[in-house]
Ligand binder design. Structure first.
Ligand code: NAI
Ligand code: MG
Length: 325
């Protein structure tokens, strides 16, 4: 069977790094690629940042490779994550040999709740002076995330995971989140350590080695994974997988990077590593490992894009990765 992969580059450097990843996918497997448009430019053209056709394409594909959107990110990414039924965003953050990192010993994975929290969309402007936000936390979504986390650590031979929360202040919502996650882990005999997310931010900077898998509410996972990007050498390195029951949407953690868009110097590693996660998700474990290894080789030996202190272009890095495949 030939799997269908939806390809949605979006805005800015998405247009530069996603084609590279498509070339790499093409080099290791036989896939049917279907192309969709979304983002700021699409909104300017069509009036909608996420046309119905693109939503359908993503919902029906076996997996999606997404780049980034600009100002319309929330109007694109949140519905696309929903289109694939994604309840968890898997965000590995690891330092690579050959890349200058603040904390070279960093190797951890955030499992971010992907449907609710403060990103559930219940925000209101009540007056000229007052805006409010309703934070949504359900036991069912928290438990589903915890089930995923238990399988995730089991598959990797780990004993347990950390749970980041702020239940000392948000007693009801984060209390529910923490208790639901810890409860499921207890049932599975998986160890958990609950950590206050602000304290976690300090500990992960000072001693990242103590963390392997960190289960987070939505906003915390977003912010803490960008923080971890800073520890390992920048946003150009962090891939992510939005995983649903069957489908998946794979995207770099970074955005459209308007400051460097159009210059041909974006680091494609985050998107290539996202493509590797896509391959593993579709059951192409060997191919996923090959892509990951090729990216790691190039990170170790160069060429490097300017964000990593080099002078190479996106294309130079792409060629080096393709040569190793
Ligand atoms: P950003 O991730 O686009 O860029 C932050 C910094 O990291 C910039 O200096 C950029 O040049 C650098 N950077 C990011 N990716 C890089 C790469 N692959 N290679 C080299 N350098 C890289 O975040 P920012 O600047 O906060 O947001 C820019 C736009 O992106 C905004 O309009 C925002 O809404 C959107 N955005 C979209 C996301 C998505 O579609 N999932 C996620 C985050 C932001
Ligand atoms: Mg983010």
């Amino acid at each position: 069977m030939t799997e269908t992969i939806a390809v949605v580059p979006g805005d800015g450097i998405g247009q530069e790094v996603v084609p590279v990843a498509v070339d790499v996918l093409d080099a290791v497997g036989e896939f049917e690629f279907v192309h969709g448009e979304a983002g700021d430019a699409t909104k300017a053209e069509t009036g909608s940042a996420l046309p119905e056709e693109t939503y359908e394409l993503v919902a029906e594909a076996d997996a999606t490779l997404f780049g980034a959107a600009g100002e319309t990110a929330a109007d694109v990414v949140l519905p696309l994550r929903e289109a694939v039924g994604s309840f968890v965003n898997v965000r590995p953050a690891r330092a690579y040999p050959g890349v200058d990192a603040l904390r070279p010993e960093t190797d951890l994975v955030f499992l971010r709740e992907n449907t609710e929290g403060v990103y559930a969309g219940h925000e209101d402007r009540l007056s000229d002076d007052l805006s409010t936000l309703t934070r949504v936390v359900t036991t069912s979504a928290s438990e589903r995330l915890a089930e995923f986390a238990c399988d995730y650590v089991d598959d990797r031979g780990l004993d347990g995971f950390h749970v980041a929360h702020k239940a000392n202040v948000m007693r009801e919502t984060d209390g529910r989140f923490r208790d639901a996650v810890v409860g499921v882990a207890d049932e599975h005999g998986v160890e958990t350590e609950a950590v206050l997310m602000d304290a976690f931010a300090t500990h992960v900077c000072l001693d990242p080695e103590q963390f392997d898998v960190v289960v987070c509410p939505n906003l915390a996972g977003d912010v803490l994974s960008d923080l971890a990007a800073g520890l390992v050498g920048g946003l150009g390195l962090l891939p992510s997988a939005n995983v649903g029951p069957e489908n998946g949407l794979f995207e770099p953690v970074h955005g459209s990077a308007p400051d460097i868009a159009g210059e041909g110097v974006a680091n494609p590693s985050a998107t290539l590593l996202s493509a590797a996660m896509l391959l593993s998700h579709l059951g192409y474990d060997d191919e996923g490992d090959r892509v990951r290894a090729a990216v790691e080789d190039v990170l170790a030996e160069g060429p490097h894009t300017p964000d990593l202190g080099g002078e190479a272009s996106t294309e130079d890095v792409a060629d080096a990765v393709l040569a190793r495949l």
